[in-house]
Design a protein around this ligand. Sequence first.
Ligand code: GLN
Length: 537
Amino acid sequence: MSKTKYIFVTGGVSSSLGKGIISASLAKLLQSRGYSVTIQKLDPYINVDPGTLNPYEHGECYVTDDGAETDLDLGHYERFINIPTSQANNITTGKVYQTVIEKERRGDYLGKTVQVIPHITDEIKHRIKILGNKFKHDFVITEIGGTVGDIESLPYIEAVRQLRWEMPGSSLVIHLTLVPFLSASGELKTKPTQHSVKLLLENGIQPDILVLRTEHNLTKEIREKVARFCNVGIESVIQSIDVKTIYEVPLLMSEEKLDVQVLEKLKLEVKEKPALNEWKAFLNKMQNAKKTVSVALVGKYIDLQDSYKSIVESFVHAGASNETKVQVKWVDAENVNNQSIAAIFKDINGILIAPGFGHRGIEGKILAAQYARENQIPFFGICLGMQCAVIEFARNILGYENANSTEMIDNTPYPVIDLMEAQKSIIEMGGTMRLGSYPCKVKKGSLVHQTYKTGVVNERHRHRYEFNNTYLNDFETHGMIASGVNPESELVEIIEIPAHPWFIGVQFHPEYKSTVVNPHPLFVSFIKACLLNKSNK
Ligand code: GLN
């Protein structure tokens, strides 16, 4: 019997039921009982990674330490279990086919017809098992994207079916479905769940545990009915009721004994009940926060808030740490202009300019940076947000008229943000940015040094353009300093204005590293500065 246990999480009836949160919650519970766990996401689309997808299509692209551009669910995994994920934690159909086709070209299958079964399914199985074989985790939880019945997910479901047979006693399937409430008759309906389980059965998979997403409490009768029709015991019918925050879900799953069910079915020691003290303390602070601050998040994908998922969650962590509720005002950069700006930022205690690509909305972001600088409002610029602050400073303090990033204007007279040398020869768009974790040396005596409390930090990157060091001297003598630089390349990673109460721009993405247990120090410090701004008003 394999030592590593494999848990597969599938979904039925509807998308967006929260498979990622259920997977992360289960991982959290198993982890707090002393087991080592990792979580993996299988995505059925043909893009090799979501890096080339518009955030409107797929939400934020999450970046791992080793530079993988991945699904935003990996962010939930890290935020919940506080363990970094990697390339191996996100598999897409594009990646699977790319590998199989490369092997075919190399001649690895010489003489054979290359087919979905066994070649594609073997590659999927290999990529599922890598995490168990290489890292020897007690559990690998694999979330299968999409909904059972989708054409795209069939090879994944088939791979799961085969693995179940190959590893008897070492795997488990959890199926998440929806129990809709019909308000006209005042009833909860189980039929969609029954049909969804039938669909899984047609594909050769009997789920071991059913998690039912519902707006209302499930009665014993409903649980019994689902159990009877779907061949599971009533104790394996788990309720997942709607809650105000995703961070409550591990506690609800603990009450419903999801982790106990998993351990008993896999014949593992249940060990002591997880205390989850840190988690509860965080929730307590978050839910009972008496103070509030308003932060403007200036971006261009604001109609889909999932585009900035990690930033919003970082605010939640930093808010709890300050016992403060962070109210986010979503500001469309395209609406920011000289006429509208004062009204937009009227009751705002802090301004965050979001990451982004392309020129749309850029002038609004530059204006917002100017407004924050001139009005002593705490300012946090992330990646493109930092670049906007640099452009603004160049134009309005250094007098570099029409300074810009060469991403926006190719032949700008003052390219204060410019393409990295290494990027100039790159033509392909997929996976070619400066990606993943890089060290950053933090200047003693700076605000970031006080914040991080250490001289070297590692943060994750995802960009092509950089601060142009030709101009560094001029910036520093006029009051914007490089307080963080890459120790090898001397690339500027952090800028700040010491004369301002809190003005920081970072070329990297701190939001990817904020977790419940370790809220990111820059976000914590930013929210503290926003509180101060509010009390000084
Ligand atoms: N578009 C900018 C660059 O490529 C910023 C990218 C970002 O904000 N992630 O450098």
